[in-house]
Design a protein around this ligand. Structure first.
Ligand code: NAD
Length: 283
């Protein structure tokens, strides 16, 4: 080793202070069901206070809040349609009023309105693009505004804020009969990457998770009979369906300083679905 070489101190995060998200404030959209619910609970288990967004299903939202409060973190439910500009702005104002700020956005809310392309109505198209893509734009914009206002608070996190966009393997895999959904997820990919590039200098980290097949109400027919499950497994090299907790753990890591150098990346959590399993035996 050259004795004259300057010693450059490490810029990597220090040893983690557990729990990973202690003192942070998270807003999770679509958090009263499926993946969003799992993410909200995992954020709470990691020490974050959580705003539980939902559009309908007061009872389910209140149940998530009750479970979070039982963990000893703060939580409240907020009903807002993520595709509505005014409602999204009001939701962020409510979160800042309740918690003081927002450190983490998980833009998770999403839906499907499937149809053969020649039968797809404009309403089906607009609903999916409105919630899945425009909803992510509206929520991310409010989050970035809050992160820029507050800046970095080193005792809380090395970043001024973190955004996690819930995408899908269908940001890569075309999906016949679901053109609106696949388009929305493909859009999320470049929305996430463009935003990540734009705000990284302000120490805002934007990333995405692309789940494969996860056991939630959005895709019940794909797993709720043995025949459907067997058929699904032909697409999943790892041989099991994913659970919301599989996604939730990835979200906690992406929101924490443990992933401080991860910027503009899509983390595929899919049991290998994007490995083209049809080619496993030579194609
Ligand atoms: P889910 O149906 O259980 O949950 C969807 C959530 O979004 C619900 O809480 C619903 O109320 C909420 N939502 C719908 N429209 C909304 C609106 N206008 N405003 C606010 N909230 C709204 O489904 P899920 O599987 O948990 O889906 C969550 C996300 O994960 C979606 O973005 C979905 O595309 C994505 N995803 C799911 C899978 C899977 O296999 N389950 C795979 C890839 C991606």
């Amino acid at each position: 080793m050259n004795a004259a070489a300057p010693s450059i101190p490490s810029t990597a995060p220090a040893v983690p202070a557990y729990p990973l998200l202690s003192g942070q404030k998270a807003l999770v959209t679509g958090a009263n069901s499926g993946i969003g619910r799992g993410v909200a609970m995992a954020m709470g288990q990691a020490g974050a206070d959580v705003c539980v967004n939902y559009v309908d299903g007061d009872e389910a939202a209140n149940a998530v809040v009750a479970e979070l409060l039982g963990l000893g973190v703060k939580a409240f439910a907020y009903q807002a349609d993520v595709s509505d500009e005014q409602q999204v702005a009001a939701m962020f104002r409510a979160a800042v009023t309740q918690f003081g700020t927002v450190d983490i956005l998980v833009a998770n809310a999403g839906l499907q309105r499937d149809a053969a392309f020649h039968q797809m109505t404009l309403a089906q198209w607009n609903t999916v693009i409105g919630v899945n893509l425009t909803g992510q734009f509206l929520c991310a914009r409010e989050a970035v505004r809050e992160f820029l206002r507050r800046g970095v608070v080193p005792t809380v996190s090395r970043a001024a804020g973190k955004i996690i966009c819930m995408s899908s393997v269908h940001q890569e895999i075309p999906w016949a009969g679901h053109a609106n959904y696949a388009t929305s997820k493909g859009g999320i990919k470049l929305l996430m990457e463009s935003l990540a590039q734009e705000v990284a200098q302000q120490r805002i980290r934007v990333n995405a998770i692309a789940p494969g097949a996860i056991r939630t109400p959005i895709n019940t027919s794909a797993w709720n009979t043995p025949a459907a499950y067997r058929q699904l497994m032909t697409l999943v090299p790892y041989g099991r369906i994913g659970e919301p907790e599989d996604i939730a753990r990835a979200a906690v890591w992406l929101a924490s300083d443990q992933s401080d150098y991860v910027v503009g990346t899509t983390l595929f959590v899919d049991g290998g679905m994007t490995l083209y399993p049809g080619f496993a035996t030579g194609g």
